[in-house]
Design a binder for this molecule. Structure first.
Ligand code: NAD
Length: 348
C-alpha cells in the first residue's frame, strides 16, 4: 500500500486539517523527519480548509491524491454545521471502503486512574446501525410519532472484520480476541456476527484464543477489570462507544490514535477533533496524531521506526516530564515535539 517512488520513499497524502490540525501536523512531520521516515508527502486540504481552497470539504484533488497513494495521515477536520455537507469522515470511509477502525488504548502517562492499560478495539466501520437507514412515521399530525432505523450486518462484512481482528492479533503477538455482540436480543443483526465468529475463530486455534461477551457486560468489565481484555472486535455502534470508553481508561482522547483500514487504502488520524477552542495558540498536544503516524509506520512495515518513536515519546513524557497542558504540563506543541526529536536523535 502506498506506491514507492524511485528513491524508495513511500508516497502518502497529508491532510493537515482544521483548527489545531496544522499545528500538530507540523510537529508530527518534524518528528517523522528526524526519524528518517520513508514518507514522501503530497499535502492536500480537507474540511474547512478544503471549502476555502476548493469549495468542498473533501475536494476532488484530495480524493485523487488518496486514490493514487492509498495511504494518508489526516489531521482533524471540522464538519461544517448546516450547509448540506455530509461528514467528511463518513465520506472517506465509504469512498475507500475503510471497513476496519483500529483504536489501540495504551497507557502513556502513569499515575492516572488505571495503570498499564494495553488493549485494542477493532470496530466494524461501514455496516451496522450506522448505515442510518432511518425514517419517521407520522401519526395524528405528529410528523415524528414513530422513528425507525434498520441496521445492516452482512456475513461477508462480519467475516472480513473478524478475520482482520484475528490476523491483527496474530501479527502483533496478541493472545486473545473478545467478540462483542448483543446476540441475546438483536438475534439477527448481531447474531450473524457471533455466528460468523464461531466459523472464523477456530481457524486461529493454537495462535489466538477467543471468547465472546455481551456488550453491556463488556462495558462493565472494561471499567472493573480492563486488564482481562486484549483485542476486542465488535460491530459499528458498539465499537464507537467502547472505543471512547477505552480512551477514557487511558486519560481521554489526547493520547488516542486511530487507523481506518480498507482492502486497498488506509487513513491514520488522531481520535480527537479540531479543538477550535485552543486553535492557533501553539498549545495543542500532538501526541495522538504522532501515535497515529506510528501506526502508519507499522502499516508500511516500518515497525522499528514506530518503536523508536514510542520510546522517545515515553522518555519525553515520563523522564523529562515534558508534557502539554492537557496532560498537566506547560510545554507548547513544538517544545514537546522538539524534546521527542532530541531523544530520537540521541538514539539514532
Ligand atoms: P475536540 O476533540 O475537537 O475537542 C474536545 C476538547 O478536547 C476541547 O476542549 C479541546 O480543546 C480538547 N482537545 C482536543 N484535542 C486536543 C489536543 N490535541 N490537545 C489538547 N487539547 C485537545 O471535539 P469537539 O470540540 O467536539 O469538536 C470540534 C470539531 O472537530 C467539530 O467540528 C467536530 O466535527 C470535529 N471532529 C473531527 C474529528 C475528525 O476529524 N476525526 C473527530 C472529532 C471531532
Amino acid at each position: 500500500m502506498g506506491g514507492q517512488d524511485k528513491d524508495g520513499a513511500i508516497e502518502a497524502t497529508l491532510i493537515p486539517g482544521d483548527g489545531i490540525g496544522p499545528e500538530i501536523t507540523r510537529a508530527v512531520v518534524a518528528v517523522l523527519e528526524a526519524l528518517g521516515s520513508p514518507f514522501a508527502w503530497d499535502t492536500q486540504q480537507g474540511g474547512l480548509a478544503g471549502i476555502e481552497a476548493h469549495g468542498d470539504p473533501l475536494p476532488g484533488v484530495t480524493l485523487d491524491s488518496i486514490r493514487r497513494t492509498r495511504l494518508a495521515l489526516k489531521g482533524p477536520l471540522t464538519t461544517p454545521v448546516g450547509g448540506g455537507f455530509r461528514s467528511v469522515n463518513v465520506r472517506l470511509r465509504e469512498e475507500f471502503g475503510l471497513y476496519a477502525n483500529v483504536r489501540p488504548a495504551k497507557t502513556m502517562v502513569p499515575g492516572g486512574r488505571y495503570e498499564d492499560i494495553d488493549l485494542v478495539i477493532v470496530r466494524e466501520n461501514v455496516e451496522g446501525l450506522y448505515v442510518a437507514f432511518e425514517h419517521y412515521i407520522p401519526i395524528d399530525g405528529d410528523p415524528h410519532a414513530v422513528a425507525i432505523s434498520s441496521g445492516v450486518n452482512t456475513r461477508a462484512g462480519s467475516r472480513r472484520i473478524l478475520e482482520f481482528a484475528f490476523d491483527y492479533a496474530a501479527r502483533n503477538g496478541r493472545r486473545k480476541v473478545t467478540v462483542v455482540h448483543k446476540a441475546n436480543v438483536l438475534k439477527a443483526l448481531t447474531g450473524i456476527f457471533l455466528e460468523t465468529a464461531k466459523e472464523v475463530a477456530p481457524r486461529y486455534a493454537g495462535k489466538v484464543e477467543w471468547d465472546d461477551r455481551i456488550v453491556d457486560a463488556c462495558a462493565m468489565q472494561l471499567v472493573l477489570d480492563p486488564w482481562r481484555f486484549d483485542v476486542i472486535v465488535t460491530t459499528n455502534l458498539f465499537g464507537d462507544i467502547l472505543s471512547d470508553l477505552a480512551a477514557g481508561l487511558i486519560g481521554g482522547l489526547g493520547t488516542a490514535p486511530g487507523a481506518n483500514i480498507g482492502a486497498d487504502a488506509a487513513i491514520f488520524e488522531a481520535v480527537h477533533g479540531s479543538a477550535p477552542d485552543i486553535a492557533g495558540r501553539g498549545v495543542a498536544n500532538p501526541l495522538a496524531m504522532l501515535l497515529a503516524s506510528a501506526l502508519m509506520l507499522e502499516h508500511v512495515g516500518r515497525g522499528h521506526l514506530a518503536a523508536r518513536m514510542r520510546a522517545a515519546v515515553a522518555k519525553t513524557l515520563n523522564e523529562d516530564n515534558i508534557r502539554t497542558r492537557d496532560l498537566g504540563g506547560t510545554a507548547s506543541t513544538m517544545e514537546f515535539a522538539e524534546a521527542v526529536i532530541r531523544h530520537v536523535r540521541s538514539e539514532a
